[in-house]
Write a protein that binds this ligand. Structure first.
Ligand code: HEM
Length: 242
């Protein structure tokens, strides 16, 4: 800008004739701007107000020279130079004998061993257990609805103190009591709703089922599931009075 003003002042840049109406003189450029020769030096009359950013990376930088050679990443060029891996067992194969072993190797420690077959059923450890197919109308939601209906699921008028000898008498399917964590429940109404099946649940009829229950599904909240079946509380056997 400074050089431009200097040129204007010294008269290098022609000035148009002042118009009769305007008091401020206008400046006209009559020749095209000089070509940029990119050598960093400024020529006379060159415009200094160039806001365009410089090329980055620099036009002559090593970075540009390297990438302009090829677009393939260096790592691929390096791997192309590597020799191929040796073919397995081809070097000392015997004609007529297949070189590729199709059966699983005897040693399981080899990292190249074939994966174990999945055609055989997995060996089950422990006893067989599982859910049973509940009859229609006996799902968890149906049990929740039955509880909420307010019907009598206890079979007793009031909560009782129950010793093991009394608990033992309630061991039939239509009259089954069981104790869990010191509370005695009438499990008969729940038998058809038990996801593990009636037979499994009857294993604790007439006795304390706390241990078996905990070893089967400790995550199940028995107090919530059977709250409306509570009969009473398990007490120690009273001493005989003879
Ligand atoms: C009265 C107390 C019991 C209640 C409220 C109860 C409740 C349940 C519930 C809600 C399930 C489903 C669990 C789940 O989906 O994760 C279940 C499954 C099962 N229950 Fe019970 N249960 C009781 C007692 C027992 C007892 C005493 C046994 C005896 C072994 C037993 C054996 C099973 C079995 C084998 C399953 C299937 C477990 C599985 O998902 O593989 N349950 N029970």
């Amino acid at each position: 800008m400074t050089s431009y003003l200097r040129n204007w002042w010294t008269g290098s840049i022609p000035i148009a004739e002042p118009s009769t109406t305007a008091s401020i003189p206008t400046i006209e450029r009559l020749s095209p701007p000089p070509e940029d020769d990119d050598d960093g030096s400024k020529t006379e009359g060159e415009d200094d107000d160039d806001d365009s950013p410089p090329a980055f990376p620099s036009l002559s930088s090593a970075q540009r020279v390297q990438t302009s050679k090829s677009n393939i990443p260096t790592i691929l060029s390096d791997s192309a130079l590597m020799p191929p891996p040796p073919l397995p067992q081809l070097a000392n194969r015997v004609p007529g004998v297949p070189a590729i072993r199709l059966s699983a190797p005897q040693s399981a420690s080899s990292s190249l061993a074939l994966p174990p077959t999945t055609t055989k059923a997995p060996v089950k450890l422990g006893k067989k257990r599982g859910k049973v197919a509940l009859a229609p109308g006996f799902g968890p939601l149906d049990w929740a609805n039955l509880k909420a209906s307010g019907g009598d699921l206890r079979g007793v008028d009031q909560l009782q103190r129950i010793p093991p000898s009394v608990l033992k008498q309630h061991n039939k399917r239509d009259d089954a009591w069981s104790a869990f964590n010191g509370k005695v429940y009438n499990i008969t109404p729940y038998l058809s709703y038990h996801p593990g099946g009636e037979k499994e649940l009857m294993r604790v009829a007439g006795r304390d089922g706390t241990k078996l229950f905990a070893s089967t599904h400790a995550w199940v909240n028995v107090d919530f599931m059977l709250d409306s079946c509570l009969v009473g509380f398990l007490i120690p056997e009273p001493a005989s009075d003879y």
